[in-house]
Design a protein around this ligand. Structure first.
Ligand code: NOJ
Length: 538
C-alpha cells in the first residue's frame, strides 16, 4: 500500500504560539485541540508539533527535561491524548518532534552526571579534559550554533560538549543506554497513537571524537560548515545511518508503520541517504527553502531534488518556512542579497521591505510548493501570509541566539509570534490574557477572521490549493513544459494541471486552458509579474 505521507501536507504547529486555552499567555495542547478545525478546513492531512515536553525553555523547548511527558505550562499527557483522538476523528495525522541529539541540562541524566566525575551518567554525554597545562582551554575550537564555544566547563574542571546552547548537552550515541532510551521513547509515543516523528538535527547524533580535532571555522550555515570540513567530526558521520536502520525496525513494527521526517541541513546527495528504504521516510529539502526568487534556481532545485529522491525510491518534501527562519513575505520583499540578521538588528527598517511585492511572491511560491510531487510542510501562519515581526523589543527576545551572539543576532522569535485569530480583542483571539511574545498592532489585519471574509485572501488561496492538489498529488510525475519553461517562467504539468510561475516583473501570456487558481489577479489570460497560476489544459 502507498504510504500516506508521500503526498501529505503537514501543518507545523509551534505549540506555544498557536492558541492559549488557559489564559496564561502561552499556547497549549488544549489550544491546539480547539484549533484542529482550522487545520482540517485548510485541507491539511495532519499536524507536526514542535516540542511540548517538560523543559526549562532555554531553546524554545528543544531542551527536553523529560521525553515522556507534557510541560505543565502546556497541559498534561491526558490533554495530549485528547488532542490525538480529536485529530484522528477529523482524519488528521499527528507527528511530533523528537530531539535525540541533546537533552536539557535539567534532565535527570545530566543532573546525575554533574553530581560526580565518577557518575556513570557522565558517559551518556560527551565530557572531556580541556587543553593547556591546567585544562582551562576548551578541548577544541568548535563553536556552538548559537555563538560562543561548543564546550562548557563544570565545577570539577571537565568540559562537556553542546553543539547548541550550554543548556543543551549533547548525548553520547556510542552508549547503548542512549540507543535503548530512544527506542523506548519512540515506542512510548507510537503506543499513544502518534503517526510519525520529525527528528531534530538528525545528522548530528553520532560523533567522531577520537582523536579530537579542530574545525576550519567558517561563517554561514551548515552547508558552508560541511563544505569547509568534508570529514566533519559531528555532522553527517556515516555511522549515524545505523541509528536510523535501527529505528526503522522499531517503527515498522506498527500498523501503519510510524512515519519519519529528518531535519538535515545537507546538500541533496548526502541528504537522500537518510531516506534509503531501510532508514527514514523523508528529509526536509532546505535547498528549496534557501533558493532565491529566481526561475533558474527553482528549476535546478526541483529537478535535482526529484532525481535524488528517485534514486532511493522516495519523493522530496517541500518547505518554504519553519520556526527557525525569517518568514517569506518579508524576505521576498527585501532587495536580493540583504543579510536577514542585519535587517533584523535594524528592526526591519533598513532596508524597508516592499510588503506588497513580498506578499505577492510568497503567494506565488506557495502555489509552486504545493504543486510539486511529494509532501509539503506548511508552517503555522504561512496560510495567512504572515510577515516576520522584525521589530520585537530586545527585552522580549527569548531565542538563545540573541544571548549567544552577544546581542548581534536577534534570532528567530520574529517568526514565532502567536497567531492572530480575530481582528481585535485580547491577543487577537490567541487567548484571553496577552501573549508571551508581543503581537504588533497591525496583526489583526492578517487574522483568520479578516481573511475568512475576503475571498481573495491568502487563507482562501491555501484552502483552494490544498483542495485542488488532491486531484493530482498522488500521481508523482512532473513534466516540464518546454515551450513556457524558460527565462523567468517556471512551468510544468502535473497530469491535466499546468503550473506556471512568473518570477520576473513582466507579464506573460498563458496558453489556452481553464484557470483553476491564481496567486494574484489575472488580466484575461495574461499572468502578471511575481504571480503563479494553475490551469486545466487537456
Ligand atoms: C533545530 C530546531 O528546529 C531548532 O529550533 C533548535 O534550536 C535546534 N534544532 C536545536 O535543537
Amino acid at each position: 500500500m502507498r504510504p500516506w505521507w508521500r503526498d501529505a501536507v503537514l501543518y507545523q504547529v509551534y505549540p506555544r504560539s498557536l492558541a492559549d486555552a488557559d489564559g496564561d499567555g502561552v499556547g497549549d495542547i488544549a489550544g491546539i485541540t480547539s484549533r484542529l478545525d482550522h487545520v482540517a478546513a485548510l485541507g491539511a492531512d495532519g499536524v507536526w508539533l514542535s516540542p511540548f515536553y517538560p523543559s526549562p525553555w532555554a531553546d524554545g523547548g528543544y531542551d527536553v527535561a523529560d521525553f515522556r511527558d507534557v510541560d505543565p505550562m502546556l497541559g498534561t499527557l491526558a490533554d495530549f491524548e485528547t488532542m490525538v483522538a480529536a485529530a484522528h476523528e477529523r482524519g488528521l495525522r499527528v507527528m511530533i518532534d523528537i530531539v535525540p541529539n541533546h537533552t536539557s541540562q535539567a534532565h535527570p541524566w545530566f543532573q546525575a552526571a554533574l553530581a560526580s566525575p565518577d557518575a556513570p551518567e557522565r558517559d551518556l554525554y560527551v565530557f572531556r579534559r580541556g587543553r593547556g597545562p591546567d585544562g582551562s582551554e576548551p578541548p577544541t575550537n568548535w563553536r556552538s550554533t548559537f555563538g560562543g564555544p561548543a564546550w562548557t566547563r563544570v565545577a570539577d574542571g571537565a568540559w562537556y560538549l553542546h553543539v547548541f546552547a550550554p543548556e543543551q548537552p549533547d548525548l553520547n550515541w556510542d552508549h547503548p543506554r542512549v540507543r535503548e532510551e530512544f527506542r523506548d521513547i519512540l515506542r512510548f509515543w507510537s503506543d499513544r497513537g502518534v503517526d510519525g516523528f520529525r527528528i531534530d538535527v538528525a545528522y548530528a547524533l553520532v560523533k567522531d571524537l577520537d582523536p579530537l580535532r579542530d574545525l576550519v571555522l567558517v561563517t554561514g550555515g551548515r552547508f558552508e560548515d560541511i563544505a569547509a570540513n568534508p570529514d566533519h567530526p559531528f555532522l553527517d558521520r556515516p555511522e549515524v545511518h545505523e541509528v536510523y536502520r535501527d529505528w526503522n525496525r522499531v517503527l515498522s513494527a506498527y500498523d501503519p508503520p510510524r512515519a519519519t521526517v529528518a531535519e538535515v541541513w545537507l546538500p541533496g546527495e548526502r541528504r537522500v541517504r537518510y531516506t534509503r528504504p531501510d532508514e527514514l521516510d523523508q528529509a526536509f529539502n532546505f535547498e528549496f527553502l534557501l533558493a532565491p526568487w529566481d526561475a533558474d534556481a527553482y528549476r535546478q532545485v526541483i529537478a535535482s531534488s526529484l532525481a535524488e529522491a528517485a534514486q532511493v525510491g522516495t519523493v522530496p518534501t517541500w518547505v518554504v518556512g519553519n520556526h527557525d527562519v525569517v518568514r517569506k513575505p518579508s524576505l521576498l520583499g527585501l532587495p536580493e542579497g540583504t543579510d536577514p540578521r542585519a535587517w533584523l538588528l535594524a528592526d526591519g527598517r533598513d532596508p524597508e521591505p516592499d510588503t506588497e511585492l513580498g506578499g505577492a511572491r510568497a503567494r506565488a511560491l506557495a502555489l509552486l510548493e504545493l504543486s510539486l510531487p511529494g509532501s509539503a510542510y506548511v508552517y503555522q501562519g504561512e496560510e495567512l501570509g504572515l510577515p516576520e515581526v522584525a521589530d520585537l523589543p530586545a527585552e522580549a527576545l527569548e531565542d538563545p541566539r540573541w544571548r549567544g551572539s552577544g546581542h548581534t543576532d536577534k534570532g528567530r522569535d520574529g517568526c514565532r509570534v502567536p497567531l492572530p485569530w480575530t481582528r481585535e480583542g485580547s491577543s487577537f483571539g490567541f487567548g484571553s490574557n496577552g501573549s508571551w511574545l508581543p503581537q504588533p498592532s497591525w496583526w489583526g489585519e492578517f487574522s483568520v477572521e479578516a481573511q475568512e471574509a475576503d475571498p481573495g485572501s491568502t487563507l482562501h488561496l491555501y484552502r483552494e490549493a490544498l483542495r485542488l492538489r488532491r486531484s493530482f498529488a498522488a500521481d508523482e510525475v512532473l513534466v516540464w513544459d518546454d515551450a513556457l519553461n524558460r527565462g523567468p517562467v517556471v512551468a510544468f504539468r502535473r497530469g491535466e494541471v499546468l503550473v506556471v510561475v512568473n518570477t520576473g516583473p513582466d507579464p506573460v501570456r498563458l496558453p489556452r486552458g481553464e484557470v483553476l487558481l491564481a496567486s494574484g489577479e489575472l488580466d484575461g489570460m495574461v499572468l502578471p509579474g511575481d504571480t503563479a497560476a494553475w490551469l486545466r489544459v487537456t
